[in-house]
Design a protein around this ligand. Structure first.
Ligand code: GAP
Length: 465
């Protein structure tokens, strides 16, 4: 067990990250993993509002990438996979980071990060070259001690299964959710009979033994990925066309989270930056307070995965064309972290302003992903006629919009502030006029403006989805 330092390594040029971490804890979005035991580094637990936001992001992805399409199949594969899968996929051999060890504290650090912090561009540098550069600059660990030569370190998380001690079998918790899709390629062909091109999509947990978990949800050891593996005919023309399509589609999806366009960009990977499986790779990057960082990856994996699984398993991974020819499809992958999308959405939505002469903090979340869409208030909680009318409105809205909240605690101003802080787009107050004329006050989060709306028109007046 080790305590969590949310800001290690990467410099936070303003304090928005600290404010987000604090808001997340205070308002039930995200808590440290195993917090009562001092925290387990690189793990975070989602609280009630965080769970709703997280689920809205995933549902929005599933709708756009799976449900709105005819030729994309959703699956849900196991987290524990045979070690053979990872030998075939190349992760056992190549899924590595260059590490140095502090000679006094024996803590390990990423050599590339230490060099980057010293202003060195590590693109195209081999591990040996990193070592030479570190010696030349006499780089020390963050604790000020000498460090060892960089060595490669595997990121896969191992677990043991089986009932008898000594006879337990080693398995890996998947380092990317991708392989759960590729090992089911034949099952999809045999059970769904798809025609090329077609896709297989999945959302699920992945695990990486990150040496330096950092920046809150940005780099963690347990996280969720949303991935599409899109199988195409194996030639450059189809590969390039689909790559371009899914690159733009993924970017549009990211913008659809409500993130400002000026904070998003696409960047092509340098040749030495690409993962071992990638022929071509681009990232969608978000402008964080600690610099431009990867949000999403789009890769042309060619036939790397299928070919290797065919070779290692002995099972044919070929697709039979209608004219009888057999081909090994290429795959275009689009892959993003749920936690990173969650963090970037919050960073982008965080606002401080003054309203009615008072300071306020609010989250300008896009209504379709806001954890609570509407809050319903009776003006006074000790007036049974107001409470009963408000309950009626609450019940009828909840039937159509499940993510709503009841709040009768404190004065209306305080209730607005609480809802602003969790990004609720609308607050609806039931007051004495409601009892007279069946109208309610609808207050808009961003402008703070209020308007009177007949209860019958309430649902139609809310722009949520
Ligand atoms: N199957 C391809 C793949 O896994 P990746 O670029 O290693 O590619 C895809 O990961 C996405 O997963 C990243 O763009 C990022 O959003 C997320 N991700 C990767 N490692 C992460 C980590 N340690 N913590 C949080 N998210 C991570």
């Amino acid at each position: 067990m080790s305590s969590i330092n949310t800001m290690t390594k990467e410099t936070n040029i303003d304090n928005t990250m600290e404010k987000i971490v604090s808001l997340c804890k205070r308002r039930g979005f995200v808590y440290q993993g195993s917090e009562v035991y001092g925290g387990l580094a690189g793990t975070w637990d989602y609280g009630p509002f965080g769970t709703e936001l997280d689920s809205n992001i995933k549902q929005y992805w599933w709708k756009k990438f799976v449900q709105d399409r005819e030729n994309i199949y959703g699956i849900n594969a196991s987290i524990m996979m045979s070690p053979k899968v990872w030998e075939a996929s190349g992760h056992t051999e190549s899924f590595t980071d260059p590490l140095v060890e502090d000679k006094i504290t024996h803590k390990r650090y990423r050599a590339d990060h230490l060099l980057e912090e010293a202003g060195i561009d590590v693109n195209n540098m081999s591990v040996e070259e990193m070592g030479e550069k570190m010696s030349e600059l006499n780089l020390k660990s963050p604790a000020g001690n000498s460090v060892t030569e960089p060595k490669v370190f595997n990121l896969m998380v191992e677990a043991k299964i089986g009932a008898v001690e000594g006879e337990k079998e080693s398995v890996y918790l998947r380092g990317e959710i991708t392989q759960g899709v590729h090992v089911n390629f034949k099952n999809i062909l045999d059970s769904m009979h798809p025609k090329l091109p077609f896709g297989v999509a999945q959302i699920g947990k992945a695990f990486r033994n990150e040496i330096v978990p950092a920046n809150f949800l940005f780099r963690v050891r347990e996280f969720e990925q949303m991935e599409l593996q899109y199988y195409v005919r194996p030639n450059k023309e189809d590969g390039d066309k689909q790559f371009e399509y899914w690159k733009q589609f993924s970017m549009d999806w990211y913008k659809g989270l409500g993130i400002r366009e000026s904070n998003l960009r696409l960047r092509e990977h340098e040749e030495n930056e690409r993962a071992h499986y990638a022929k071509d790779a681009w990232d969608i990057e978000y402008k964080t307070p600690f610099g431009w960082r990867e949000a999403w990856g789009i890769h042309n994996r060619s036939d790397w995965d299928l070919k290797r699984h065919q070779e290692y398993s002995g099972v044919s991974m070929e697709y039979l064309e209608q004219d009888g020819t057999r081909v090994m499809p290429w795959v275009i992958e689009t892959s993003g972290g749920v936690g990173r999308a969650f963090l970037f959405v919050l960073l982008d939505a965080y606002r401080e302003d003054k309203i009615g002469g008072e300071d306020r903090t609010y989250l300008a979340l896009s209504p379709h992903i806001a954890p609570v869409k509407v809050a319903i208030f009776p003006l006074l909680k000790n007036k049974p006629e107001l409470v009963s009318k408000a309950r009626e409105v609450y019940k009828s809205v909840k039937e159509k919009i499940p993510q709503i909240m009841w709040d009768d605690n404190g004065n209306i101003g305080k209730r607005y502030r609480r809802q602003d802080e969790i990004g609720t787009p609308y607050c609806v107050t039931i007051d004495f006029d409601t009892l007279e004329n069946d109208t309610v006050t609808v207050r808009d989060r961003d402008s703070g403006e209020q308007k009177r709306v007949p209860i019958l028109d309430l649902l139609g007046s809310l722009s949520i989805y």
